[in-house]
Design a protein around this ligand. Structure first.
Ligand SMILES: C[S@@+](CC[C@H](N)C(=O)[O-])C[C@H]1O[C@@H](n2cnc3c(N)ncnc32)[C@H](O)[C@@H]1O
Length: 219
């Protein structure tokens, strides 16, 4: 599915989120607390929007690696973002040594992974002790706006997808996967079960998204 939407993915994000997606990713990048010289891994990097923000945080002394399963996403990222090492790979089998990164991120990836706990375990493995994982994902919206949000998801998203992509099918998946994704408390439990500590999350935009932050234990 991601292969087909790669060329228009950024535009769709911008339109469908009414420009909020940039704010969400900026906050996620900030929460990594990554700094000049750090090495950061962006898992499920897609077209590299978050990787680019991480790149400006770590500077030329640092390293950002972006990994994604979909080749067309990776080639779109390479065309758009400089200074990031993009590569094709699976979040559930990260091709990196244990304890090799100072921070790791995943934006809108976890929902698409059949075995999210496996991917979280991999994030833990490749982080150095004391390093942070930041996971940005759709969440459960505040009750008063839930009916409006559902209407938006079921009516507006397919319409916009048809207008911009020429088909609505791929974004039917988006709607379904958002509705099926568990609430942030459950995601927190997965993160804790993977072995992270200091697990917490913050909601943004009335709970449309949540950003989970967790630390790899030092011991
Ligand atoms: C919704 S996009 C998010 C892209 C980007 N992080 C962003 O913020 O826009 C989800 C991405 O996850 C990737 N993906 C899905 N399953 C994956 C896996 N097992 N390993 C690596 N990437 C995966 C897809 O190829 C897609 O590019």
């Amino acid at each position: 599915m991601f292969t087909g939407i790669a060329p228009r993915y950024d535009l769709l994000n911008l339109v469908l989120s009414l420009g909020q997606d940039r704010r969400w990713r900026r906050r996620a990048a900030q929460l990594t607390r990554s700094q000049s010289g750090d090495s950061v891994l962006d898992v499920c990097c897609g077209t590299g929007a978050l990787s680019a923000l991480l790149r400006s945080r770590v500077g030329i002394e640092g390293t950002v690696v972006g990994i994604d399963l979909t080749e067309t996403m990776i080639s779109a990222a390479c065309d758009k973002v400089t200074g990031v090492q993009f590569q094709v790979g699976d979040a559930c089998h990260l091709p990196f040594e244990d304890r090799s990164f100072d921070a790791a991120t995943m934006a809108f990836g976890l929902r698409n992974i059949a075995q999210p706990q496996l991917a979280l375990g991999e994030m833990l493995r490749i982080l150095r002790p004391g390093a942070r994982a930041v996971i940005l994902e759709f969440s459960t919206v505040a009750r008063p706006i839930r009916p409006l949000y559902r209407l938006y998801n079921r009516l507006v998203i397919p319409l916009v997808a048809r207008a911009l992509l020429g088909r609505a099918g791929a974004y039917q998946y988006l709607t379904d996967s958002i509705e099926a994704f568990p609430p942030p408390l459950v995601v927190s439990r997965w993160v804790r079960d993977a072995g992270f500590e200091r697990v917490r999350y913050q909601r943004m935009s009335f709970g449309i998204v949540a950003i989970h932050v967790a630390t790899k234990p030092k011991g």
